[in-house]
Design a protein around this ligand. Structure first.
Ligand code: FDA
Length: 402
């Protein structure tokens, strides 16, 4: 079998690229080793798929080569994807900070991508595995460049797109196949790490906080320095093993092993001023004052942690203790011992080093005709629809160059 384009990976980026290329008149084959296409779209956004972010821009992405994503994002913006969603009659709503979700189901986005593929006459093989890929010595512009040994036979193609995604959630089809292939063709890999993932703590260190499991509150969390610094105002969730919630998922993408997190549990407040201001009120006790500012369980946990007495009347509290309490609540420092790993991570940080790829077309600078799109590359979005926007934008940059 011979094609103009073979895409390995029928996920967000792969299906979108295949549909666009097919509609440009190319004979396209998409191969996926999973039974079902686009499993990550299906489970995304709690089943409603946060398919883009209205405000997506280069600042919302992490990469060793931060300028790389600029061109593709500018040429295929969230507005372009919104127009496609509207063309397919999919109803959606904005939930939080520009995040757009389907009103009904993520399945609608999958259906839309499959319809686009059908409109482009794209062939789909799945489940189908690729055992080997060879670049043919004789390759010219007019001749096929790659030979693939697949579980459905030998395939020849002029161009090959790798859209095998990241390493998170192995049980629904994630694999390192794309990364290994990139390496085999001489590409450097930026070390893959789980990102957008809950963070864990040493059991002993976490013991005083595990009773807070299930509690959620808005915080400002930060870590790192200079260009590597991350800072987010979002909700934090206490769990049995550590911390989760949007604030922690966001900061996990910036967190490096051994680094501390700084958490302000009372963002946009001056707690020291509030506590000191309450000192003259002889009718109030420390526990009540704190419980008016924080969830009761959290207030009690911090009072106990610092060995204070919640029933002490405010005038009896020492200035030093109140200052320390405010400091501990507004600049809580703690160092995770790890993360929940690939099993729970929403995305992979790292991947194929983009310095060896064209930012205009996603083509390898080493191997003509070989392209990488989507999460397999070292471009990682924040939480909030940015990762899908990168899948769409990188796929469009590639397909529109063919
Ligand atoms: P994607 O993972 O979509 O597709 C890769 C495809 O390649 C898969 O179909 C896989 O089976 C196939 N494949 C892998 N190895 C192969 C091999 N060796 N041979 C053949 N096929 C192979 N993002 C966002 O913007 N908004 C959101 O709401 C969410 N929510 C979310 C929830 C959860 C639980 C997860 C795990 C992830 C998200 N994401 C997200 C992230 C988003 O799903 C992800 O970034 C994109 O799906 C990446 O698109 P890709 O096409 O690059 O990979």
């Amino acid at each position: 079998m011979q094609f103009d384009l073979v895409v390995v990976g029928a996920g967000a980026a792969g299906l979108f690229c295949a549909g666009l290329a097919g509609q440009r008149g190319l004979r396209v084959l998409v191969i996926d080793h999973a039974e079902k296409v686009a499993e990550k779209i299906r489970i995304s956004g709690g089943g409603r798929c946060n398919f883009t972010n209205r405000d997506a821009g280069p600042a919302n992405f992490i990469s060793n080569n931060p300028a790389f994503c600029r061109s593709a994002l500018a040429r295929y913006s969230s507005q372009d994807f919104i127009a496609l969603v509207q063309k397919h009659g999919i109803a959606f709503h904005e939930k939080h900070k520009g995040q757009l979700f389907c009103d009904d189901s993520a399945e609608q986005i999958i259906r839309m991508l499959l319809d686009e593929c059908e409109a482009g006459g794209v062939q789909r093989w799945q489940p189908c595995t690729v055992a080997d890929v060879r670049r043919m010595e004789t390759a010219t512009d007019a001749e096929p460049a790659f030979e693939l040994d697949t579980s459905r036979g030998r395939v020849l193609t002029a161009r090959l797109v790798i859209a095998t995604g990241g390493l998170s959630i192995p049980k629904i089809g994630a694999s390192d196949w794309g990364l290994r292939l990139a390496q085999r063709f001489g590409h450097a890999i930026v070390e893959p790490r789980p990102a957008l993932v809950p963070l864990t703590f040493d059991a002993q260190q976490w013991a005083p906080f595990s009773a807070l499991s299930g509690l959620s509150l808005p915080v400002v969390v930060s870590t790192g320095k200079g260009k590597e610094k991350g800072r987010f105002l979002e909700d934090l969730l206490f769990t049995h093993r550590g911390l989760s919630g949007p604030a922690i998922l966001q900061i996990s993408s910036f967190w490096q092993e051994g680094q501390a997190l700084q958490i302000d549990l009372a963002p946009e407040q001056n707690l020291q001023e509030q506590l000191m201001g309450a000192k003259s009120d002889s009718k109030r006790q420390l526990g009540n004052v704190l419980a008016a500012l924080f969830p009761q369980r959290l207030a009690q946990a911090w009072i106990e942690r610092l060995g204070l007495n919640s029933q002490r009347s405010m005038p009896e509290c020492k200035d030093k203790d109140l200052q320390n309490l405010a400091q501990q609540l507004q600049a809580w420092q703690l160092t995770p011992n790890g993360s929940e790993g690939w099993r729970k991570a929403e995305v992979m940080r790292g991947g194929v080093d983009t310095r060896e790829l064209s930012s205009q077309t996603m083509e390898s600078k080493r191997v003509p005709g070989l392209f990488f799109i989507g999460e397999v590359m070292d471009v990682t979005g924040w939480l909030g629809g940015y990762n899908f926007q990168w899948a769409w934008a990188s796929a469009a940059a590639c397909a529109n160059s063919l």
